[in-house]
Design a protein around this ligand. Structure first.
Ligand code: DGY
Length: 329
């Protein structure tokens, strides 16, 4: 008998097809997000699950899933997992690192450029038929080239963003839980600074740190007040890292120049005040959404499930295991 798995959201049909070679697969063709109680009901008889960042896997869900051996997240971020509860229950947790680094870094730059040079704001204005003449002061933005870029969170995506900054002759400063070693710092041409110094000195601040209780509201009213009034802020990490209400106020009062947001507190809901301020670029959590990368993420999540449930060369040892202490339990 094949092991049973749940694929909790719609994903590429060919990846589902691949999974059916190994598993009895339950899909979610309506692609509705399952709240924990619903997820628990669907996992009652499952050996594994493929989730996205939208599904919360917590102790309540795990208690209802006695056979569950693995949950494979199709995301590098895994703040939707209660990792301690999964580890205590001996359930393997996996994510999809690396495969999205370059695509996400590209998007960070797209969002930074759009924010600093007011691309979506000016496009809205043009579409509204308001362009009747060229003017010297139309949509004046901030330069990227030669400016100081402050990166908070210098993991693999942060480093990929930093490497791209060399092409714009930028001065790069970063802040991270731990300082990079000298070789990596040199490759990124980035200098380590404290968070306060970064906020005070950067012309453009970009957030790429993982979400946890410790990083909740890393940027709130106090931090926004430290930034230059001409500065921009980009969040492509997770909702909750920025206090969105405080940011909307700072944007409305022009305490910073502009922001670019790909992630939101409580997404897919967006704080209503962010929808009314003009100086913010809003995108629906698409930083990793190139066709090739999203397919790569789905296949890597499938690789993790296949290996975790005992198939292939990595049988029993999924390539992106987040809690190796469960092995041998
Ligand atoms: C990730 O991989 O964490 C992206 O944000 C998609 O959820």
């Amino acid at each position: 008998m094949k092991p049973k798995i749940l694929v909790a959201r719609a994903i590429f049909p060919d990846v589902i097809e691949r999974l059916t070679r190994y598993f009895e697969v339950e899909t979610n063709d309506a692609d509705v997000i399952m709240p924990p109680a619903q997820l628990a009901a669907h996992l009652a008889d499952k050996d594994g699950a493929l989730t996205t960042a939208s599904e919360r896997v917590d102790a309540t869900v795990l208690a209802a899933a006695p056979k569950l051996r693995v949950v494979a997240n199709m995301a590098v971020g895994y703040n939707n997992f209660d990792l301690d509860a999964m580890t205590a229950k001996g359930v393997m947790a996996t994510n999809t690192p690396d495969v999205l680094n370059e695509t996400t870094a590209d998007f960070g730059w797209a969002l930074l450029m759009a924010t600093a040079r007011r691309i979506t704001e000016s496009e809205r204005w043009l579409r509204e038929g308001r362009w009747d003449k060229w003017a010297y002061d139309m949509f004046l933005g901030a330069d990227i080239h030669g400016a100081t870029l402050g990166i908070i969170g210098m993991g693999r995506i942060g480093q990929a963003i930093a490497r791209r900054a060399a092409g714009f002759n930028m001065h790069v400063v970063y802040h991270n839980r731990s300082r990079l070693d000298a070789t990596l710092e040199a490759a990124c041409k980035a200098s380590y600074v404290g968070k306060d110094e970064l906020l005070r000195s950067a012309d453009h601040v970009i957030l790429v740190l993982p979400y946890s209780a410790a990083t909740h509201h890393t940027i709130g009213a106090a931090e926004l007040a430290q930034m230059k009034p001409t500065a921009t802020l980009v969040n492509l990490a997770r909702g909750g890292i920025v206090d969105d209400a405080a940011l909307a106020r700072a944007l409305a009062e022009k305490r910073i120049a502009a922001a670019g947001l790909d992630v939101f507190e409580g997404e897919p809901n967006v704080h209503p005040d962010l929808l009314t301020v003009p100086n913010v670029v809003l995108t629906p959590h698409i930083a990793s959404a190139s066709a090739a990368t999203r397919r790569g993420m789905a296949n890597l999540a499938a690789d993790n499930l296949i290996a975790a449930l005992g198939f292939g060369a990595d049988a029993g040892r999924p390539p992106c295991l987040l809690n190796p202490s469960v092995l041998g339990k």
